[in-house]
Design a protein around this ligand. Sequence first.
Ligand SMILES: [Zn+2]
Length: 364
Amino acid sequence: MAEMEPCPECGAPRYMTDEFLWLDSGVIVQRRDPKHRVVFIECENLDPLIAGIGDIIGRSIETIVIESRRRGARDYVLQFLPEGFAEQLHRDHSALEPVIASQLAATSLMGFGLASLVDLRYEEDEDDYVDIRVERPFSVPLWCGNIAGACEAVTGGEWKAEYRHISSELYELHAFRSEHPPQVRGKALRRDYVHRPGDLELKRCATCGGPAVLSRFRWQPARGLIGSAYTDRRVSFNGETGLQEVFVELEKELGETITRVVIEAQRRFIKSGFFTIEGLLSEADFRTQFAYRGLGNLSEFRMGATGLHMKLENPTLHLTVIGFAQALFELAFGRKSGVDWELTAGGDLLAEVTPQPLPTHSLG
Ligand SMILES: [Zn+2]
């Protein structure tokens, strides 16, 4: 496939620079829909984060994750379908398989793992189903949400998805028609990105125009994998809505205390050895790191023994960013910390990490 062809200079598949735009605001958007924001982030921490939040609150949040992702995925896939597709499919059911094949091919370019169609039944009744196998899914519940949402976009109606663990890295996803309870109906709360020009200039590849840092990734589209040579971790592209929606939904269902829980789960996970401090500090500067991931414009960043201060313009997934900042400080200085943060009226994230006082030892 032409879109898999690597740029001769930086090695990034053509699809990356054809599909995504890295803006001067620290934001990545889709070229075909510049209001649609995406992020390019480490993904191996997603499922442990989801499990970690469940551990802290005492119940699994998997269903909330799948349902919120389903709504985000439905909106995302709808934009790829040609006008009048539903009618075309109604007249000719054979139009379905090529659409599924192209959707699955797109997921491997995004770094979601390698997906293949196993079986499907499409008779426009309640017994319809789609079975997909995914090798090394970037996240199991998010994949379930993706499949259910994609089925809703393509065939209409309401779908649900379940998974079965086949072997260590292989999962089978089963999507089927199922009516949603009223509380999980509704649309994704997509936030349209409104561009605020910034002063960020990422060094560009002279050949394809993508950010030069993309040369530090290992692109394996045929296996659905993207690896970062910076962090030695797997990364994937994700629509912002599909991730952010999960946190919005958690807050709606579980109240505001969930924000602290998400920060804490992320802090614990990052500290448990996900990144080494040597690896983090040896990367390109933090501003570039935030920008190539599409997490925003890190306009202020100071870290020393007395604490960490950051200001992030156009932030997204800010709770995980705050948990990351806290873990970074603790790893660098070997101290426990507290964190205060706010989202300003202008939409910037301000965070202050401060060390907790050292325990005093009595010499008596
Ligand atoms: Zn290039």
